[in-house]
Ligand binder design. Structure first.
Ligand SMILES: Cc1ncc(C[n+]2csc(CCOP(=O)(O)OP(=O)(O)O)c2C)c(N)n1
Ligand code: SF4
Ligand SMILES: [Mg+2]
Length: 340
């Protein structure tokens, strides 16, 4: 008998079509962790809606959560589609999967505005520093000096996903490496409980076009330069608080809006992910030192999402009938009169 979660569902209930991504592609590992996180968090697949743009990374939603809703949109336009859908039905949990080309090249404007609006969406950027689907062009996150077979050497400075998110006033910014499944899964769980846009920049090697040892998006580089800022665990509101034996004074809990906690065990540095200036500093510092900083970089669980600001009714907008929406004749006359 296959193991089941609290909903009586097996892990298979969270899977999708068999992957057509290359064997060893980092995106496949991210997919597995999304499936594992949703299964372990006892989420009903029908309560989830998946979004993506165009790219190998954006194909990924097909290979997970078959029973969920989904919209594979246009290149770089996933945030606009997600915004509309999640305002239309704010009871759904939004899960976006995009790439560095999709979000940081063509989709940069959309990326910034969804963050500014703080739409409740787990927004994963599977960042491989290359356009994988179109066979290996340089992307806006490719590092200076990266040499790709088709394009030659990159001379342009890369854009840092996390810094851009910070500059747009993101309320949740994290970075991970697809080769570290435990950390990826924990960050996805925390992101699923964030009431706003949760940006997850996951370095995800493209084994076909950008996995040479000296590339800053390769498995070798990721493994050798990975610098976790803390050991991270996620504790759902219903669970006992003390799951692990942390030493006094080395732990910081961040309470999410639903009462669940992100528990951060400090490693060698004292780092507070609720301090905005410290977050910007640590990203800049790790870039200067050519380190792959991983963990929860910044979180502000207090800022309201657009759904809360708009004070939407309990009934999802897409289920409010035309009759209910149409004001009564008298009301309309009153409104019109007030305009003269
Ligand atoms: C408007 C538009 N311009 C260009 C393309 C071609 N195109 C498809 S995917 C892609 C890049 C994908 O790169 P990324 O988002 O990094 O995904 P990856 O394949 O690397 O996972 C491009 C340029 C397109 N589909 N639509
Ligand atoms: S081309 Fe690269 S990004 Fe696309 S599936 Fe293959 S390894 Fe993954
Ligand atoms: Mg890419």
């Amino acid at each position: 008998m296959a193991k089941t979660n609290e909903l009586g569902l097996t892990k298979k209930d969270y899977k999708g079509a068999p992957t057509t991504l290359c064997q060893g592609c980092g995106h496949n590992s991210i997919l597995s962790q999304i499936v594992a996180a949703c299964y372990e968090m006892d989420m009903l697949p029908e309560d989830i809606v998946k979004f993506s743009g165009i790219g190998c990374s954006s194909k990924a939603p097909t290979y997970m959560l078959d029973r969920s809703f989904g919209f594979n949109s246009l290149h770089g336009r996933m945030p606009a589609i997600a915004t509309g859908a999640l305002l239309g039905d704010a009871t759904l949990t939004g899960l976006g999967m995009s790439g560095d080309g999709d979000s940081v090249s063509i989709g940069m404007g959309q990326f910034k505005h969804i963050i500014r609006r703080n739409i409740r969406l787990v927004y994963i950027i599977a960042n491989n520093g290359v356009y994988g689907l179109t066979k290996g062009q340089l992307s806006a996150t490719s590092e200076v000096g990266l040499t790709l077979k088709k394009q030659g050497t990159n001379e342009l400075e890369p854009i840092d996903v996390c810094l851009e998110a910070m500059a747009s006033n993101a309320t949740f910014v994290a970075r991970a490496f697809s080769g570290d499944p435990k950390q990826v899964k924990t960050l996805i769980k925390a992101a699923l409980h964030h009431d706003g846009t949760a940006i997850l920049d996951i370095i995800s090697p493209c084994v076909t076009f950008n996995n040479q040892d000296d590339s800053m998006h390769s498995y070798t580089w990721g493994r050798e330069h990975k610098e976790p800022i803390h050991d991270i665990s996620f504790i759902p509101a219903r669970d006992e608080i003390m799951l692990e034996d942390f030493e006094e004074g080395t732990v910081q809990d961040v309470v999410m809006h639903d009462g669940s906690k992100v528990r951060l065990k400090k490693l060698d540095r004292a780092y507070d992910p609720t301090n905005r200036m410290a977050a910007v500093h640590i990203i800049e510092e790790s870039n200067a030192n050519k380190q792959l900083l991983t963990g929860l970089i910044y979180v502000d669980p207090s800022r309201p999402s657009l759904t809360s600001i708009l004070n939407l009714p309990e009934t999802p907008l897409n289920r409010v009938s035309a009759e209910e929406l149409r004001p009564a004749k008298d009301t309309l006359t009153e409104i019109n009169a007030a305009m003269f």
